[in-house]
Structure formats: C-alpha cells, structure tokens
Design a protein around this ligand. Structure first.
Ligand code: SF4
Length: 241
C-alpha cells in the first residue's frame, strides 16, 4: 500500500487535486483510500451520532448504505494507515494535509518554512492550471516515487542498507518504480497493545504458516467458518483475576 500526500496552504485546491489523483489512479485499476487531516471535529453538531459522542460514547458507528466509525480521539497517522491496511486491500492511500508526514507529496502552494524538510515534495503545482495531461504525468511520478509505511527494520531485502536509504532512493527516483519494501505486505499484521509491530518476511511467513496450520486442524466449519479468508488472534499477557 503506497502513500502520497497533497499538502498546501488553505484554499489552494488540495481537495480538487486529491479527487483528480483518485480518479486517475482508479482509471489505472488501483484500489484507493484517503485520509483527510481536519483541524476541528468532523461530526456535525446536533446529529444523532454527535449526540451519542457528546454523551460519552468512545466509539460511535453510523451505518446504513455507508458505515462511518467515529473514534472519539485523534490517532497518529501511522496507526491510521496500519488500520486501513488491515481493513481494506488498498494499492494507494492519498493524504490530504499532513504537511510534515515522511511520505512523498504534491504541494499546492509553498507552505514550508526554511527549517522544514523539502525533500519529500515531488512537485509544486497550480491546481487551477492543471490539465488532464498534467494529472497523468503527476500520477506517473507518484507511481514511480511513492512507497508504503516505513517499517524501520533495516532488513536490506529491498537492496538498500537501511529503510532510510530506501526511502531517500524512492523519493529521488534513484530506486525506480518497481523497487518496494518487501515487508510492507498486509497479509500478516501484528499489533501489540496499541502499536503495530513490523515483521521481516521470515517471521511473517513463520507466523502465517504456524497459525494457518493450527487453525486448519480445528473444526472451523462447525462454527460457520469453512472457507475462511482471515484469522484474528488475541493473546492477553496478563494474569486472570
Ligand atoms: S525491505 Fe523494507 S524493511 Fe527491509 S530495509 Fe528495505 S525498506 Fe526497510
């Protein structure tokens, strides 16, 4: 799951650009998710869900034709991305806002101060002047330079000495489009308390094989899980009271 941001100052067309990038990525056959950074609350005052939250509910779910989860707290970007990876098999996530994220981004205006790191900005564009051909070129650039959640394992399996080297090479274009982090797959995820823990391919494979072997030896079909697609396992590391 690769990540790209759209960042800029207010009223410079960030949402317009995000929607154009989504449309182009979808036309290329990719599955796309988005994360929007909002400074205030997202729910509308007076709505039923808002009232549930105000009464003290820590998680509010509104469902019908769509399902909206409203967790009454802000999460760190990495945690949101890991949850998205877990819920949906996405090829790309487009971030709106998150000026200081470590992922590549397209800027809709100059927003950095002299102290900020400008290396993640692939291009600064004037959204009002972008034609369809420009958007195609922009998405080509995104496909080439973007990368997924930084794993911090330094396992060297991508051909670089460290995750930081890999990241720098992706941003600059030196790595090429086809080089990606090999541990950034969503088939096995490990969450310990509130933290997602990266695993190298060997450990991932081991966990997957052992768990699948164990579950396949159980009578899952008797409990309504014949051709299962996903296994969730929770282990409590505390004494029973
Ligand atoms: S394969 Fe992924 S985790 Fe391993 S060094 Fe490369 S970027 Fe880091």
């Amino acid at each position: 799951m690769r990540i790209v941001g759209v960042a800029g100052t207010k009223n410079t067309g960030k949402t317009t650009l995000v929607t154009r990038i989504i449309t182009e990525l979808r036309e290329r056959g990719f599955h796309v998710g988005t994360v929007k950074h909002a400074h205030g609350g997202l729910d509308v005052e007076g709505r039923d869900t808002w009232q549930h939250k105000k009464a003290g509910a820590e998680l509010v779910v509104g469902t019908g034709n769509e399902t909206l989860f409203n967790l009454n707290e802000g999460l760190e970007l990495e945690e949101i991305l890991n949850i998205m990876k877990y819920i949906k098999n996405l090829d790309f996530v487009v971030l709106e806002g998150f000026k200081h994220s470590p992922y590549v981004k397209i800027a809709t205006s100059d927003f950095l101060t002299p102290e900020d790191d400008s290396s993640t900005i692939l291009k600064t564009v004037d959204v009002m002047r972008l034609d369809d051909h420009d958007v195609v070129s922009l998405v080509d650039l995104i496909e080439e330079r973007s990368f997924g959640i930084i794993q911090r394992l330094d396992c060297k399996k991508c051909g670089f000495e460290s995750c930081q080297e890999f990241r720098t090479a992706k941003i600059s274009g030196a790595a090429g489009a086809n080089v990606q982090c090999v541990t950034d797959s969503s088939d096995v995820l490990l969450k310990v308390d509130d933290s997602f823990i990266p695993m190298n391919p060997f450990v991932k494979n081991l966990v997957k094989k052992v768990t699948l072997g164990m579950v396949e030896s159980l009578r899952t079909e008797e409990f309504g899980a014949e051709d299962f697609k996903k296994i969730e396992l929770m282990i409590k590391n505390e004494d029973d009271r």
